[in-house]
Design a protein around this ligand. Sequence first.
Ligand code: A2P
Length: 308
Amino acid sequence: MHVVRPKDPVVGRVVASQPCLNGRSASFVRHVAIDVSGTDLAGSFRVGQAFGVIPPGEDHRGKPHSVRLYSLACPSHGEDGEGNVLSTTVKRVIDEYTPQEHDEEQDAHHLFVGVCSNYLCDLKIGDEVLVSGPAGKRFLLPADPSRHDYLFISTGTGIAPYYGMIRELLQGPEGTCSSRIELVAGAPYTTDLIYDDVFQELAAAHDNFTYHPVVSRSDIRREYVDRYIERNLDDSFRDFLEDPRTLIYMCGLEGMESGLYRVLARHGLSDGYMDVREPLTLEGHESWETADMKRNVKAGPRCLVEVY
Ligand code: A2P
């Protein structure tokens, strides 16, 4: 970790920038690839980690912008197979401003444009960008990936690390891993499913990989990822979750974590995936409040979590 510090970043160069949504979405999400060859970052990152981007300019206090972390979306061997090109999945943050402090005008609601996401999405091929990293030491693939099976769960851009992990498992330099891989990816509408075409193709080509897109605002079915897993427990997920080989990865919105823990507790599947601390008890799961869960229900050794 921290081979390159944000205070002393290296210069990368954008080598690709493509939209990664298929249909006409109201969101803008790009796959941005950055060449870091010749720098200390080259070859020193692992899928599941993040890297830093230092946007140019100053914040509202007149200080240089601080580093922003982005999940790697590439395998550990990079987009180029040599560890020289890293990538990430960036969603443009475009919103109405919400007052952050008491002394601000409380009625302020002008357009808010996220500094770093829009900077990264605006960059063109050949542009330079200051990068640091890598960061993160837990949300990683195991040392011997073939000894495990994987339930990858995401909401929104939380899919970024899985784009790297699944390509690493299925198409990595070690050959094709035969582990069972299930990807449950949540998005508001089908047009917001990120890397959808690539995952469809990978699923068609690999019997051990299943892709489950889940949409929360469709007219046909509105569902969150945890409810989708619960509804399909007996068809697909129960035996899989009971198998001691299985690891659960969660990446995306915080609410997904407590949602999934409730499903696991309700169906007697918590073993190894979650630790329940006093005053909460597993038996009392029906009366768990979300705020108490945050303090007292933690990921177990078979559950890897990256939520925000
Ligand atoms: P919704 O916004 O319809 O409530 P994005 O980052 O592109 O907005 O996607 C995030 C997805 O995760 C949306 O489909 C969102 O649904 C969904 N979502 C929001 N809260 C939760 C939660 N607590 N558990 C699971 N999914 C959630």
